[in-house]
Design a protein around this ligand. Structure first.
Ligand code: ZN
Ligand code: ZN
Length: 159
């Protein structure tokens, strides 16, 4: 499926447009996601193409921390996340909680309303790193699904 929407960091200084084909929509248990956000798992949507996320306002506020080849892009003002990606892998990952998907007031303290059904997470990613087991019916991949660009083996962990 495709999405075409806008989003912003926590303080709103960084605004961006998200447009493109969803490669994976899941709950990520990897250490980069969870330790950088202080939450586990992290709901992310990876979109095909480096151009799938375009920062439309606040480029000067962007700060990128690179861990090996993994880029964590944050806002300097609020220190909140904007997006993340792995160098050369041709995708951009965004966080649905930051997207303007809701019918709520933009910038309201109540944050996003509910995630629309079609954008609910479909899988668990990097489930081998989970802090505890999740008792739901979503497929749980040791790393990524088999058709991902990171060429993991696609194996699943049953729970
Ligand atoms: Zn910000
Ligand atoms: Zn992750």
């Amino acid at each position: 499926m495709k999405i075409n929407t806008t989003g912003s960091c926590h303080c709103g200084a960084v605004q961006f447009r998200v447009q493109g084909e969803v490669m994976v929509n899941g709950l990520c248990h990897c250490a980069n996601c969870t330790r950088s956000k202080g939450a586990s798992p992290v709901h992310l949507i990876a979109l095909r193409g480096e151009e799938s996320v375009e920062v439309t306002q606040g480029k000067e506020q962007l700060h990128t921390r690179v861990i090996k080849r993994f880029h964590l892009v944050n806002c300097k003002r609020c220190h909140g996340p904007v997006m993340q990606f792995q160098e050369g892998m041709g995708f951009r990952a965004v966080f649905p909680v930051l997207l303007d998907l809701s019918r709520g007031e933009p910038g309201s303290d109540h944050g996003a309303d509910r995630i629309p059904d079609e954008l609910r997470p479909a899988v668990h990613l990097n489930y081998e790193n989970r802090l505890f087991d999740w008792d739901d019916h979503l497929p749980k991949f040791k790393v990524f699904p088999p058709d991902d660009p990171l060429e993991s083996d696609g194996s699943r962990i049953e729970s």
